[in-house]
Design a protein around this ligand. Sequence first.
Ligand code: ATR
Length: 272
Amino acid sequence: TDRYAVVGNPVAHSKSPLIHAEFASQTGQDLTYTTLLAPLDGFARSVREFQEAGGKGLNVTVPFKQEAWKLATSLTQRAELAQAVNTLKFDGATILGDNTDGAGLVRDITANLGFSVRGKKILLMGAGGAARGVILPLLEQYPALFAIANRTPDKAHELAQLFLPHGDISSGEYASLAGCHFDLVINATSSSLSGELPPLPAGVFSPGSLAYDMMYGKGLTPFLQFAQANGAAQLADGLGMLVEQAAESFFLWRGVRPETQPVMVLLKPKNG
Ligand code: ATR
């Protein structure tokens, strides 16, 4: 039986063990998947111990994604650009680092929500770790326009500069979006955590637009409420992204692509 886990601090609340157990039983893969609580100053040690005990791979969550990026001895291009790793695969002495968050987001948007990104105008809100992790996979869908808005505009400008070889990104503060319209607006800020909302001009949602909050388990976030009130046609939270990024990791480890739909049904909050 091959061993996997999600490492984080805190990590007890993680849905990943449930998701991967479902994937494993569905695909007949012989593996266990648990949580691994690492001390805040002991990430590398925890990873090494897990690996030495025969572990095959890890998912990495808050606050260790950047440390995992540094720890990996080999990186996929998307992880290298994200400067964050959510998936480690152990292969002899090699520690491969990948970041499946962006691919998970794109898959949720395209396959699950039926929204084609090609030729569309995208607005990404936020310029922190979560935003950075999804830029390359989004650019690879050939949007017509890609904009990043951030409270601290310099961080948005930096990202635009960094990703320039992969596509044109316009960047600025929220106020600079006045008069602009987007087909897909993605909230990658952590503002929902505190029940806040970035100062988004009301007119940014094109008719038919999709508003996507990468946060999940919060019900209708302030961002999604704002989007609904201001003309977004479709709303989505990050639950689908969570399941899809897990499926991408599972595929990297096992070479088998699990069905995500049954797991999404399992995790969807029941109304009433
Ligand atoms: P994460 O890993 O979740 O991306 P982060 O790297 O700390 O966390 O980035 C948080 C992001 O949310 C940043 O883009 C931050 O904006 P600043 O760069 O200006 O700090 C954004 N953010 C957090 N709270 C916000 C709020 N109340 N309004 C607008 N943006 C907010």
